[in-house]
Design a protein around this ligand. Structure first.
Ligand SMILES: [Zn+2]
Length: 240
């Protein structure tokens, strides 16, 4: 192991059971399984840290740091994830589709998926009080590398402004929709003033990583605790 600690950044989507017709069932982690994941983390001695402590910070890290992230900002996070996180004393970062607050997952329905309600502003406010921070996941969840430069810039810049206005808090974290990014998109994210950006590259993060291309560990429905533990172990071990 290198002296530099590995920092697993976990990626969840939905906490709940997949409804009939759900296209990506793997994105639904049941509340019971989510609770077992957090039980495992706490039992091992993991402490959750904010993304800002991963990058651009000299703040010492706990012996076993972990960052818990959720992409898209579904309403089930308020109903199912928030109470469990609070019970275990874990913080988390939620990446919001800024144009979809209080609406539904139109970008998923466009490809035949079931409608899912998204977080409303008042729920987000309540979550802010409970140690949940929010970042941008663009305005409308596009494939950023497929957009012309000006349109991609708007997605990145407007979502930050929009969220800072609504949430009355700095929005310094970003997650690339579909993990879709390249050097041009990364530059737009840098230019917009974000300090950390998450991809879907599979590994644990290290402080030496590019802060605008942080890897994550995708947690799925089928990741029973043993599999979850193995994924953490494998990610921490890789690149050490
Ligand atoms: Zn997403």
């Amino acid at each position: 192991m290198s002296a530099e600690p590995a920092i697993p950044i976990l990626l969840y989507h939905k906490i709940g059971r997949p409804p009939r017709g759900a296209r990506v069932r793997g994105h639904y982690v049941s509340p019971g399984l989510f609770r077992r994941h957090l039980t495992y983390l706490r039992g091992q001695g993991y402490e959750s840290i904010p993304l800002a402590q991963v990058v651009g910070s000299d703040r010492p890290l706990p012996a076993l740091p972990v960052v818990i992230t959720f992409d898209d900002g579904y309403r089930c996070l308020y109903e199912q994830a928030l109470p469990v996180l609070a019970e275990f004393g874990f913080g988390a970062t939620v990446f919001l589709v800024a144009g979809a607050l209080g609406d539904t997952n139109t970008w998923e329905q466009a490809v035949g998926d079931v409608a899912e309600p998204m977080l409303e502003l008042r729920q987000i406010r309540e979550m802010q009080e409970a140690d949940i921070e929010f970042g941008s996941h663009t305005m409308g969840h596009p494939h950023l590398t497929a957009l012309p430069e000006e349109a991609a810039r708007r997605e990145v810049v407007e979502s930050r402004r929009n969220l800072e206005d609504s949430l009355q808090a700095p929005c310094l974290n970003f997650a690339y929709p579909y993990g879709d990014w390249d050097a041009r998109v990364r530059d737009l994210v840098a230019e917009a003033g974000y300090e950390a950006a998450c991809t879907t590259r599979r590994a644990a993060a290290r402080r030496r990583d590019d802060p605008l291309a942080l890897p994550r560990i995708n947690i799925r429905r089928y990741n029973v605790t043993a599999r979850f533990a193995y994924k953490l172990w494998r990610a921490r071990r890789a690149g050490s």
